[in-house]
Design a protein around this ligand. Structure first.
Ligand code: GLU
Length: 318
């Protein structure tokens, strides 16, 4: 199917949203973080920021939710800006094929996490962002960065979610201590986890998230200032990592069904990037057995089918 750059997106997402709203099978809301367990599974929202500056949305697109692991994309972008490709000495670039919080691979691989989008990798990224800062400053830097990308100062961190994560984050603490024993965490574990938990607790709406992802559709360029957030090469590489590693051990299935680079979080959000065309955010809190939003994944599959936006579709050779 050829790519449709400017289809009637509003009609398409209205149809998808009506379809999603009628679905019974929504998966299970994550309950291991107290603040997430209370979220109503009936939510569904979608927003698309297009290459030509339009914002199209449907459903609960203006309700803030916990972006959780979607934040790993923004944190990686900041850390690459600080240390450049030296980051790849401390974090790999391979799909893990394991759950997001798995510890087993770390032993065999000497404390070097498989990729920056599993928890262990993201905790190393937090350690990098913490360099030369106090934890509060590092958290402030992440918040400012995301606000700037979205062009929206209303984005905030849900302190209740961050606190809940700190109180129940035994597995993440284990990962961090374990990596510290290999020398791959350089700051006190409590500080690194403080940064990590606050980053995961960013609360954003679909519209804010789709806007924050625009630099990745625009070869790294900030849509409003025109400055490079990252170089075109780095934007392509972040998209490649999202494609290969963005959905925990469900990444292959997502590529198979949707074919668009994306990053999901256990809050039920997914950010997807169609290079040159669109930045898309969907949210529905119920998760499938791999920890990815059930309806979010389905909606993206339907959107890709209706628009031809899979990156494996035929492109105009120009
Ligand atoms: N803060 C969550 C955790 O570390 C993030 C999980 C996720 O969204 O993948 O457990």
């Amino acid at each position: 199917m050829p790519v449709t750059v400017n289809p009637d997106l509003q009609a398409i997402i209205d149809r998808i949203t009506a379809d999603m709203e009628g679905r019974e099978d929504r998966g299970k809301v994550a309950d291991y973080i107290p603040g997430l367990a209370r979220v109503d599974p009936r939510h569904f929202g979608i927003a698309i920021a297009t290459h030509d500056g339009r914002i199209i949305s449907a459903g609960d697109a203006t309700t803030a939710f916990s972006i959780q692991s979607v934040s790993k994309v923004f944190a990686l972008t900041i850390a690459l800006g600080k240390v450049g490709d030296a980051l790849w000495k401390r974090v790999g670039r391979e799909p893990s094929g394991n759950a997001f919080n798995s510890i087993v691979q770390l032993e065999a691989e000497q404390g070097i996490p498989r990729n920056p989008f599993i928890n262990a990798g993201a905790i190393v990224v937090s350690d990098i962002i913490l360099s030369g800062h106090r934890p509060g400053e590092a958290i402030g830097e992440i918040l400012r960065f995301v606000r700037d990308l979205a062009g929206d100062d209303d984005i905030s961190i849900d302190e209740d979610v961050a606190r809940g994560e700190a109180e129940t984050g035994y597995r993440n603490a284990a990962l961090a201590h374990y990596m510290r024993s290999f020398g791959n965490i350089q700051h006190p574990v409590e500080q690194v986890l403080g940064v990590y938990f606050h980053q995961c607790a960013l609360a954003m709406t679909c519209i804010q998230l789709a806007k924050a992802g625009r630099y990745l559709m625009l070869e790294g360029q900030h849509p409003e200032t025109g400055f490079n957030v990252v170089s075109p090469t780095r934007a392509r590489r972040i998209n490649a990592l999202m494609m290969m590693c963005g959905h925990y051990d469900g990444s292959g299935e997502f590529a198979f069904r949707v074919g668009i680079p994306g990053k999901s979080g256990v809050g039920g959000g997914i950010l997807c990037v169609v290079p040159g065309i669109a930045s898309i955010a969907v949210w529905s809190p119920g998760l499938n057995e791999r920890g990815n939003s059930t309806l979010g994944s389905l909606a993206l599959e339907k959107l890709a089918a209706a628009t031809g936006w899979s990156i494996f579709n035929e492109r105009d050779p120009g």
